[in-house]
Design a protein around this ligand. Structure first.
Ligand code: FAD
Length: 418
């Protein structure tokens, strides 16, 4: 893939119109005034039929899984394992279309993508990957269509980068088939408002050293006795993505809430595959942000006059613009590679996803910082919006694994292969 098709460009244009009409006018409310992002995201879904499409895809997948569970032979070509060889236009198109909202919205309001991505990609994604059929039917359809909002909770006050090693939250068997959950989670996207929460913790087992205890996950509903969801934190950027804490005190969870209805349902490997999904999406977010930063910088470089000339005539400014274009091209290529990989029915390895995330996050931050520099004092003012890109870009280097942890993952893989 070397470019967007005409059809994709048309959809991109329609998305851009939507963002300019429906999101840009309420950006201050979303970013600074505490208005939750869900209504406008739902509007996006209904305006583009994304909710109907997600629902129909879900129904098709579930019907197939139910047929398999009944022992029927399923002959659905669309569900067959992808063949080796060139990928179909249809698969490429589907993968590309799923990224267009990410790119277009990240041009102005990356937080909306974080809130949506955690609900749909991480929470529903985890349930679709590892939940039982009953759990998928109960929770995933509503999450995929944004009828409900999801949170995916692994981080704790004392366990961030070392997510598994230092994890303190626990599940204790209650002797009646259920569990008692305790602990606290922090920095949880959608935490304040989530209807459905994937809570990741350790299984307390007698005779097993704390660090060797199994990682298990539960699907929780907002309002369960003993579960408290905090108010949103105030943050440097992505104000449109509510982030909060979760406190669990003797929350009783029946066995039907255990992910996959098994203590081996969604542990370290499940969570690691979610890391991979999470990391891969960052290239599309960075591309939107970098496209916008470059566009704004070009406009300013052509119109801002100092020493009698537009600042774009100075080579120091030209170098910044040229580097931004190189970054944009590289990010676009990463996005195209992501689309082709997905269309071929493949996933990135954790190390590939980490490499993409590291590059994309650092690039977005560098470009946004240089964009502010091109704007000079005006760049430091909220009104010009360019400073928001810089604040939004910074989170890409922190969540979904910090830059340092991406480096660790890449190096570990390289050295393991050597
Ligand atoms: C806005 C936002 C949204 C988030 N959303 C979610 C969410 O939805 N769900 C969720 O579970 N979590 C979420 N997080 C948590 C996020 O994933 C963590 O903040 C991140 O993984 C880093 O953990 P930490 O903040 O504890 O930093 P720490 O792990 O304490 O790291 C501090 C510093 O030390 C460095 N460091 C740590 N270990 C090493 C090492 N071995 N080598 C070199 N350097 C190291 C780090 O890179 C960093 O620079 C979110 C965070 C933010 C800010």
């Amino acid at each position: 893939m070397i470019g967007w098709t005409e059809q994709q460009q048309m959809v991109k244009g329609m998305m851009r119109d939507f963002v300019e009409k429906e999101i840009v006018p309420i950006i201050d409310d979303l970013e600074y005034n505490g208005v939750p992002p869900y209504d406008v995201l739902r509007k996006l879904f209904t305006s583009f039929g994304m909710d109907e499409l997600a629902g129909a895809n879900f129904d098709k997948q579930i019907a197939r899984q139910e047929a398999i569970a009944r022992g029927e032979t399923v002959a659905d070509a669309a569900e067959k394992k992808p063949q080796e060889g060139p990928v179909s236009e249809e698969a490429l198109d589907a993968a590309a279309m799923s990224l267009l909202p990410i790119i277009e919205i990240s041009r102005h309001c990356q937080g909306l993508i974080t809130a949506m991505g955690v609900s749909v990609g991480l929470t529903a994604g985890a349930i679709m990957a590892k939940g039982s059929l009953a759990q998928k039917k109960k929770y995933a359809r509503d999450l995929l269509t944004l009828k409900k909002i999801g949170a995916w909770a692994i981080t704790e006050p004392n366990s961030g980068s070392d997510a598994f090693g230092a994890m303190k939250s626990t599940a204790k068997r209650d002797g009646k088939g259920g569990y008692l959950l305790n602990g606290s989670k922090t920095f949880i996207t959608n935490g304040p408002y989530a209807d459905t929460i994937v809570f990741i913790c350790r299984l307390e087992e007698d005779g097993v050293e704390a660090r060797d205890r199994k990682i298990v996950s539960f699907i929780l509903d907002s309002g369960m006795p003993g579960l408290e969801q905090s108010a949103p934190f105030k943050k440097m950027g992505i104000g449109s993505s509510p982030t909060g804490e979760l406190f669990l005190s003797d929350v009783h969870a029946g066995p039907e809430r255990l992910m996959g209805e098994s203590e081996d349902g969604y542990g370290r490997s499940g969570a690691k595959s979610t890391f991979s999904t999470e990391r891969s999406g960052v290239a599309a977010m960075s591309l939107g942000l970098v496209e916008r930063a470059l566009e704004m910088s070009l406009e300013y470089a052509k119109t801002r006059v100092q020493f009698g000339q537009p600042i774009g005539s100075y080579q120091l400014i030209q170098l910044k613009l040229a580097k931004m274009e190189v970054a944009r091209l590289n990010l676009e290529n990463l996005v195209f590679r992501f689309i082709e990989t997905r269309a071929a029915g493949k996933d990135f390895t954790l190390s590939e996803a980490s490499a993409m995330k590291l590059y994309a996050a650092q690039t977005a931050m560098e470009v946004a910082t240089e964009a502010v520099q091109i704007f000079g004092g005006a760049g430091y003012m909220r009104e010009t919006r360019v400073e928001q890109l810089m604040r939004d870009a910074k989170i890409l280097q922190i969540y979904a694994g910090t830059d340092e942890m991406q480096i660790v993952a890449i190096a570990k893989d390289l050295l393991g292969r050597a």
